[in-house]
Design a protein around this ligand. Sequence first.
Ligand SMILES: O=C1O[C@H](COP(=O)(O)O)[C@@H](O)[C@H](O)[C@H]1O
Length: 260
Amino acid sequence: MSTPQLVVHRDKALMAQAAAARLITKIVDAQASRGSASVVLTGGRNGNGLLAALAAAPARDAIDWSRLDLWWGDERFLPEGDPERNVTQAREALLDSVPLDPKRVHAMPASDGPFGADVEAAASSYAEELARAAGPENHGSVPTFDVLMLGVGPDTHVASLFPELPAVRETDRSVVGVHGAPKPPPTRVTLTLPAIRAAREVWLLAAGEDKARAAAIALSGAGEIQAPAAGAYGRSRTLWLLDAAAASQLPRSLYPPASA
Ligand SMILES: O=C1O[C@H](COP(=O)(O)O)[C@@H](O)[C@H](O)[C@H]1O
């Protein structure tokens, strides 16, 4: 378990730009040292803001997009192309404008896909896809992602792990179906905490006043069942990327005042 490190930026736009710059560097470094890179994307406003900032960054051309695997931390279980699906929003923000290898874009199944409305079958299929991608150098049934990003919800949810719901208690499976999510849509597919913790680096994104309470709770010793964001950490690094509004309820002792 890595101890959370915090970076607090002036505002949401600067946070998105700085996180995009950080992600470009991480991907380029991983490709230089391992030949390819793997990144887990998040949905939500902060995740999409980061992708839009990446799309606008000239340095995006430093990435070899053909040697990048993209996965998702969660998906809203809706028909293919639905504007509320995380993959649809990611395509619009960035993916449609860069030369990715389509075989390396690992979207989670849609509710009108091969499994129909069976969200458990859809989750198992994604778990199998992850297991096929995990090499002998990985420690379990998921690859060691280079970076796994998570938007933090105002209720401290990350991916589709909501407080107190069964998915956040899962300890065996890497991917599960979610029923009765308090945020629409109620049916979702999500990575579990053990799968999230397989990543080298986990980045939690929190910008905006509505994230302030969640950040304060998760970073002040809450349990992961009540505050799922508290249970999200990476093997080597856990990084909270915040703006000043989201950091406004944190004890000052938690972050360096020089953050900008
Ligand atoms: O529904 C979801 O919400 C969270 C957070 O979204 P935000 O808009 O409050 O930032 C997101 O992390 C998750 O991927 C998504 O499915």
